[in-house]
Design a protein around this ligand. Structure first.
Ligand SMILES: *Cc1c(COP(=O)(O)O)cnc(C)c1O
Length: 397
């Protein structure tokens, strides 16, 4: 019998919702694309997005910016991180995270990874003490959230300020607290492959008035900071307005217009992602040689991608599995390959940082398989994908 083949596209997004297209056209017809180009009394799409995103996350303040990477760099600058400072971060994360640290002249110090793909809190405590770092840029890589109560305790014990990278956890939560709300600043991305799609874009939330005043100045507010209705009161800018550089990274009305209807749809989209995720997870559970990553009950997930472990597999066997799945239309990414491909660069690929050894992370990445779950897939697609992976794992045995 012919082996079934999957014909969907792992990089194909859903179209932008019609309401968002209409809002975008309205903005273009107005010609007012710059966030501060407003008529008297007009709120503008960017401020409206900030208001709605602050309400969604329960934050006091929100700022929309040019990208997720920009949001992280801006967050670090707003906390006063500068040249030569050390910043702790996950050994397993995406290139823009150490890139944001390097963008302010600081040095990433990478922390080990657990089998749950989260930051190793014991290693964090050790490295917080040994590095002298004052800031942790915590990446919820691929949506996996660590024990946030323990993380907050470790951070407090070592005087660490926590910036959360929520590129993959927009809409996720730990014990009901939205991701991005445990640290001093939460950073989000609205790049095409994340949970809302404006091509490029980012958001930053905080309850801290002084930090947010600096972030708003940094983002390129000129002396128009008073127009930030979702920012601190104007007196908070008195001490920062002459000493904070303008590092332009604003969002424009066009992208905000595209995002607002998507934010309204986000809870429904999350339910659809999770249905795909749980279908693949169920289909792969109890596959000999393959380990599903069990999600803790405290975590509210957004299953926009799924990861599995192949513990102890030799590289040739992993390569055979990836190739076998690819022949049947299932695109797996392997974080253990010698040379990084597309998005799979690792801490040892980021050679602008001082060389570091993370043996536990190495062992996990050697068998880490990653797969996107775009919403253009149906649950029947998800069942077929799991069946193909199961078959090919058996064949690679
Ligand atoms: C995408 C991503 C970012 C950065 O987002 P951009 O908007 O592309 O700059 C940060 N962290 C993680 C884990 C990401 O996947």
């Amino acid at each position: 019998m012919e082996k079934p083949v999957f014909t969907g596209k792992f990089t194909q997004q859903e179209p932008i919702p019609e309401a968002a297209i209409e809002a975008a056209v309205r903005v273009m017809r107005s010609g007012r694309l710059h966030r501060y180009n407003l008529l008297p009394g007009e709120e503008g799409e960017v401020s409206a997005l900030e208001r709605e995103f602050a309400a969604y996350t329960g934050a006091r303040y929100a700022l929309a910016v040019a990208s997720g990477g920009y949001a992280m760099g801006c967050a670090l600058r707003a906390l006063g991180v500068g040249p030569g400072d050390r910043v702790l971060s996950n050994g397993f994360t995406l290139a823009p995270v150490p890139g944001a640290i390097a963008s302010v002249g600081a040095e990433p110090v990478f922390v080990e990874t657990t089998e749950s793909l989260t930051i190793d809190l014991d290693d964090l405590a050790v490295k917080a003490a040994s590095s002298g770092a004052k800031v942790l840029l915590l990446s919820h890589m691929r949506g996996h959230i660590c024990d946030m109560e323990r993380l907050v305790q470790v951070a407090a014990a070592h005087g660490l300020q926590v910036v959360e990278d929520c590129a993959h956890t927009m809409g996720a939560a730990w014990k009901g607290v939205p991701s991005g709300r445990h640290g001093i600043i939460g950073c989000y991305s609205t790049q095409t492959y994340k949970h809302m799609n404006s091509g490029e874009g980012g958001l930053l939330v905080s309850d801290d008035a002084d930090v947010m005043a600096r972030a708003i100045m940094l983002s390129g507010s000129y002396m128009l900071y008073g127009r930030h209705s979702v920012g601190p009161s104007v007196d908070r800018y008195e001490n920062v307005k002459y000493v904070t550089p303008n590092v332009s990274g604003r969002m424009d009305h066009l992208r905000a217009a595209i995002l607002r209807p998507q934010l309204a749809d986000l809870p429904a989209q999350i339910a659809r992602w999770n249905a795909l995720y749980r279908t693949v997870e169920e289909g792969l559970r109890n596959t000999p040689g393959l380990k599903v990553i069990e999600r803790p009950p405290q975590e509210t997930i957004v299953g926009s991608s799924i990861q599995v472990l192949l513990p102890g597999w030799a590289p040739d066997r992993v390569r055979a599995l990836v190739a076998g799945c690819a022949r049947r239309g299932v695109e797996l990414k392997w974080f253990g390959a010698e040379e990084p491909v597309a998005f799979t660069s690792r801490y040892d690929s980021w050679r602008y940082a001082p060389p570091q050894r993370l043996p536990r992370t190495d062992a996990i990445l050697a068998g880490l398989i990653d797969m996107r779950l775009p919403l253009t897939f149906s649950e029947a697609n998800a069942r077929l994908i799991a069946e193909i992976i199961r078959d090919e794992v058996r064949a690679a045995a």
